[in-house]
Ligand binder design. Structure first.
Ligand code: SAM
Length: 279
């Protein structure tokens, strides 16, 4: 089942640097799923997601994790998947899944309702990350689990440390552009401390990083991001047309490889007593 609620004003108030309306989103979401879903599913399974669970997937993007959750919770369970722009969340055929237009920083959620709340690569993009975390935690049942996965992309490819790693001018220009738009590219590493500060129990974290060669999902994701912000980066004179074209071509060079950002997963459990939360 799919229902859609929410308000467009909240969408406008929280500009997202990689707007889902752009054609590049069609390449980004499958690449994200190929690059990261296996590890995300491992974490979710380890937290015990089981038939009958009520789950919230925040900023669901292309919906691959909501779809996996729906299979896991089965007909006795429920998955609410939200996004400021849910146009790629197609769940008319899945009765366990409800889709909602929703801004995690400002729009209401049912309180103390979910066994699991998950987000991936959403909070790096939102301005009020602390409010978003507090809202996600308040939506957990006592004893429910929050798991958030975010990049630390503050470390760049570095050919001086590892000959063969490719640092593209476009990569530096993208980082600069995202920084200016309020993206916190180092947030993943801080998640563990933030979940503790919000009063969760049993907080733990794990980082995943990969070497990404040409033709693998990581460069496909980077290509989508570079192409989406191409005009901005060139207009700001962070990069020339020629540099951009050279860098896009090098993503297909068999000699190309780059280390991925670290995707940190951090998780913690809401205490049985709501008074204990530091929200
Ligand atoms: C980089 S994509 C990640 C998508 C998906 N979570 C994944 O990992 O494949 C970020 C998603 O978060 C959504 N988003 C951005 N700001 C949001 C907000 N304030 N509230 C809810 N969703 C948001 C975007 O529309 C986009 O779908």
């Amino acid at each position: 089942m799919s229902t859609r609620e929410g308000n467009d004003a909240s969408t406008r108030a929280n500009a997202y640097a990689l707007d889902n309306a752009s054609p590049e989103a069609l390449a980004r979401f499958p690449a994200l799923a190929d690059a990261f879903d296996q590890g995300t599913q491992r974490h979710l399974a380890a937290l015990g997601v089981a038939p009958g669970w009520r789950c919230l997937e925040v900023g669901g993007g292309g919906g691959s994790i909501a779809r996996w959750l729906a299979q896991r919770v089965g007909p006795a369970g429920h998955v609410l998947v939200t996004d400021i722009d849910p146009q790629h969340l197609r769940f008319a055929d899945v009765r366990e899944v409800e889709v909602r237009i929703h801004d995690i920083t400002v729009d209401p959620l049912p309180a103390a309702s979910f066994d699991l709340v998950h987000a991936r690569l959403v909070l790096v993009h939102v301005r009020d990350r602390e409010r978003a975390l507090a809202n996600m935690i308040a939506a957990l049942k006592p004893g429910g689990w929050l798991i958030d996965e975010e990049f630390d992309s503050s470390v760049f490819p570095d050919p001086a440390r590892n000959p063969g790693e490719t640092l593209l001018e476009t990569h530096k220009a993208l980082a600069r552009t995202l920084d200016e738009q309020g993206v916190d590219r180092g947030f993943g590493r801080r998640l563990f401390g933030r979940l503790r500060a919000h009063g969760l129990d049993h907080v733990a974290a794990e980082g995943r990083t990969f070497m990404w060669p040409a033709g693998s999902p990581g460069p496909a994701m980077m290509r989508a991001n570079y192409l989406q912000l191409r005009s901005q980066m060139i207009a700001a004179e962070y990069i020339t047309h020629a540099e951009f074209d050279r860098d896009i071509a090098s993503l297909d060079d068999p000699d190309f490889f780059m280390p991925s950002p670290v995707l940190w997963a951090a998780w913690g459990q809401r205490r049985q007593s709501a008074q204990d939360l530091h929200v």
